[in-house]
Design a protein around this ligand. Structure first.
Ligand code: NAP
Length: 536
C-alpha cells in the first residue's frame, strides 16, 4: 500500500525508490506557489518495476490566472532586463541544476527507466543548453533588442529601412514530450527567457516527476522575477484556448498531437505562433566508397547501434532507417546484429546495463504493434531476442530489413518509438536520395563517406528534407558528433513530418519569441533609437 505525500520537494535516496515509499502528488508551480489539482489524477508508473510512484492532476487549478500572472508580472520584468541580465539568470539556473545533478540523475533512473548514461544525456543536456544561452546573453550585452543591418530605401542617403526584433508581450507555453523531461524543459526555457518572454512549462505527464524536480531547482534558485517561470504538472486544461495574439506555443511530441494543437482556437483564430517538433524517420546512409573494416565504417556501426539503443531508442533524433550499398548489406546486417546482441538489457540502476525499459505501458504496446506494422509493409525482423526481465516495459533492440525499400511504405512513414531500425539497400545515390525523401521530412540524417562528389550529390539531395545533416568522413571519423546529439548552437527541427519547426541554433532560436518590425526612417534616428540600449 502506498501512503500519500503531497509535496513538491520530496527527495530520493538512491536510484531505487523503496517499496514502502509514499505515493507522490505532483504539484504545479503557479503564481508563485506550489499547488496540487483535485479530482481524478493520472498515475505515473516506474517503467522498470511497473509500480505506481506518483499522481498528477491540474483539475481545479486556475491556468487562466497563471497566464495573466505571466503577462502582467513576468513579461514586463523580463523585458525591462537586458540580454546580459537575462543571461546571468540563466547562468544561475544552470548552476542550480548542476548543484542537484546527482539527485536529478537518481530521479531519472528511478522514475523514467533510464540508465545513468541516458539520464546524463537528458540532465546534462539541460544544464549545458542553459549555460550556452547564458553565454549568448552575455555576448548580446546590455541591450534589449536585436537590430538587423539597415538598407537605403530611396535615392536619398538618409531614408533607411531597418528590421528590429523586440520580445513579444505574451507568454511562451511549452508542451514537452515524455522522453526528455529535463532537456525539453531546459532548452525551451533558456531560449524564451533570453528572448524576454515568460514561460509556462508543461511536461508530458508520464515523466513529469523528473521535470518537477528540475522545476523545483529553478524555483529554489530564486533568481527569476515573479511570473517568469511557471510549471504545470498534468493536463493543460483550458490553458491553450486562452492563448492570445502575443503568445507562443512551442510543442514537442507526436505529429498527431502537434496537428491537433496547431488546429486549436488560438493558432487558427488569434494567430498564436506555434512551433512543432514532431516525428522523424531519421536516416543513416553508408556511402558506396566506404569499405567494411575502415574507420568510417566503424563509426557508422557505432553510431547506428548507439542511436538505436540510447534512451531505449526513445529519441526524436534516433536512427530509424539505415541505407547501405546493396553489395555490403549482408555484412552490415551481421555486424550490427553482433553489436546489438551485446547490449545488456535490464534494470537501469545496474552498472552493467546499457538499455533500460520503454517509458510507459503504452509505449510498450505501441512498440510491438509498430514493428508488426513494418513487417506487414514488407520488412522482416533480422535481429531481436527474448527479454527475460519478469516485470517492466522491456523490449530488445530490433533490426529489420526491407529488400524492396520503395514499396515498404510504412518503414518511411511510421515511427516506432523504441530500439528499432530498418536496414535497406540502395544501388545508386539518386535512388538513395529518393528513399531518404520518402520519410517526408526529418530532424537529422547522418552520412558516412569520403568521396566529395558523391557526398555533394547525396547531401544536396537530402538537405531540403532535413534540419540537420551530419557527415562522418575519415578525417573526423573519431571525433564526429553523435547524430542524435542536439547542440544549442545548431538548429533543431525539420520540415514536413518532423513538424516544420526550428528550435535552438544560437541566436536564431530567439526569433520565435520576438517580433520583427521594419522601421523606415531617417538613418541617424534609427541608429540613435537603438543605440540607447547598447552598452556605454
Ligand atoms: P504526445 O503524446 O504527442 O505528447 C506530447 C505532449 O503533448 C505531452 O506533454 C502531452 O501531455 C501533450 N498533449 C497530448 N495531447 C494534448 C492535448 N490534446 N492538448 C494539450 N497537450 C496535449 O507525445 P509523446 O508520446 O510525449 O512523445 C513522443 C513523440 O514525441 C515521438 O513521436 C517523438 O518523435 C516526438 N519527439 C519529438 C522531438 C523533437 O524535438 N522533434 C523530441 C522528442 C520527442 P500528457 O502527457 O499530459 O498527455
Amino acid at each position: 500500500m502506498h501512503g500519500r505525500r503531497s509535496i513538491a520537494g520530496g527527495r530520493l535516496h538512491g536510484p531505487h525508490r523503496a517499496a514502502e515509499d509514499e505515493m507522490i502528488t505532483l504539484k504545479s508551480y503557479l503564481r508563485g506557489e506550489w499547488v496540487a489539482g483535485t479530482g481524478r489524477a493520472t498515475t505515473l508508473v516506474n517503467p522498470t518495476t511497473e509500480e505506481p510512484i506518483a499522481e498528477a492532476s491540474t483539475q481545479g487549478l486556475d491556468l487562466g490566472a497563471a497566464l495573466e500572472f505571466a503577462r502582467t508580472k513576468g513579461g514586463p520584468a523580463l523585458r525591462a532586463a537586458t540580454f546580459a541580465q537575462r543571461g546571468a539568470w540563466l547562468d544561475a539556473i544552470s548552476k542550480a541544476l548542476h548543484a542537484r545533478r546527482d539527485a536529478l540523475l537518481d530521479e531519472s533512473i528511478a522514475s523514467c527507466g533510464t540508465t545513468r548514461s541516458d539520464a546524463k544525456f537528458d540532465v546534462d543536456g539541460a544544464i549545458g543548453t542553459l549555460a550556452y544561452y547564458a553565454g549568448l546573453g552575455k555576448k548580446l550585452g546590455e541591450t534589449t533588442t536585436i537590430l538587423e543591418p539597415a538598407e537605403q530605401l530611396t535615392k536619398s542617403a538618409r531614408f533607411f529601412g531597418a528590421h528590429v526584433w523586440t520580445p513579444r508581450e505574451g507568454v511562451a507555453v511549452h508542451v514537452n514530450a515524455f522522453n526528455f523531461p529535463a532537456w525539453g524543459l531546459g532548452e525551451k526555457l533558456a531560449v524564451a527567457l533570453l528572448a524576454g518572454v515568460p514561460v509556462i512549462s508543461k511536461p508530458a505527464t508520464s515523466t513529469a516527476l523528473l521535470a518537477m524536480r528540475v522545476a523545483e531547482a529553478i524555483v529554489d534558485a530564486n533568481v527569476l522575477p515573479p511570473g517568469a517561470f511557471q510549471f504545470v504538472a498534468g493536463s493543460t486544461g483550458d490553458l491553450l484556448d486562452k492563448l492570445g495574439p502575443q503568445d507562443v506555443l512551442a510543442f514537442t511530441g507526436s505529429a498527431d498531437t502537434g496537428a491537433k494543437l496547431r488546429g486549436g482556437k488560438g493558432p487558427v483564430e488569434r494567430s498564436v505562433r506555434v512551433n512543432v517538433e514532431a516525428d522523424s524517420l531519421n536516416s543513416a546512409v553508408l556511402g558506396p566508397d566506404i569499405e567494411p573494416g575502415s574507420d568510417v565504417y566503424a563509426t557508422f556501426l557505432r553510431d547506428v547501434v548507439r542511436e538505436m539503443t540510447q534512451k531505449t531508442g526513445q529519441k526524436c533524433t534516433a536512427t530509424r532507417r539505415i541505407f547501405v550499398p546493396a553489395a555490403v548489406i549482408d555484412r552490415v546486417q551481421e555486424d550490427l546484429a553482433e553489436q546489438l546482441g551485446a547490449i545488456k538489457i535490464g534494470d537501469p540502476a545496474r552498472d552493467e546495463v546499457r538499455m533500460g525499459p520503454l517509458a510507459t505501458k503504452q509505449q510498450h504496446e505501441d512498440f510491438r504493434s509498430g514493428v508488426a506494422k513494418l513487417v506487414a509493409s514488407g520488412a522482416r525482423v533480422v535481429h531481436t531476442r527474448e527479454v527475460s526481465e519478469p516485470k517492466g516495459y522491456f523490449v530488445a533492440p530490433t533490426l529489420l530489413r526491407a529488400d524492396a525499400p520503395a514499396s515498404a511504405t510504412a518503414v518511411h512513414a511510421h515511427e516506432v518509438f523504441g530500439p528499432c531500425a530498418t536496414l535497406m539497400p540502395y544501388a545508386e545515390i539518386a535512388e538513395c536520395v529518393k528513399l531518404v525523401a520518402m520519410g517526408e521530412g526529418g530532424l537529422v540524417a547522418s552520412v558516412y563517406g569520403d568521396d566529395r562528389a558523391l557526398l555533394r550529390e547525396l547531401v544536396l539531395g537530402i538537405a531540403p528534407w532535413h534540419g540537420r545533416v551530419v557527415i562522418a568522413s575519415s578525417k573526423v571519423a573519431d571525433q564526429s558528433i553523435a547524430p542524435g546529439m542536439v547542440l544549442p548552437s545548431c538548429v533543431h527541427g525539420g520540415p514536413g513530418r518532423a513538424g516544420g519547426g526550428e528550435e535552438l541554433g544560437g541566436e536564431r532560436g530567439l526569433r520565435f519569441y520576438m517580433q520583427r518590425t521594419s522601421i523606415q526612417a531617417d538613418r541617424a534616428l534609427i541608429d540613435k533609437m537603438f543605440e540607447q540600449a547598447k552598452p556605454e
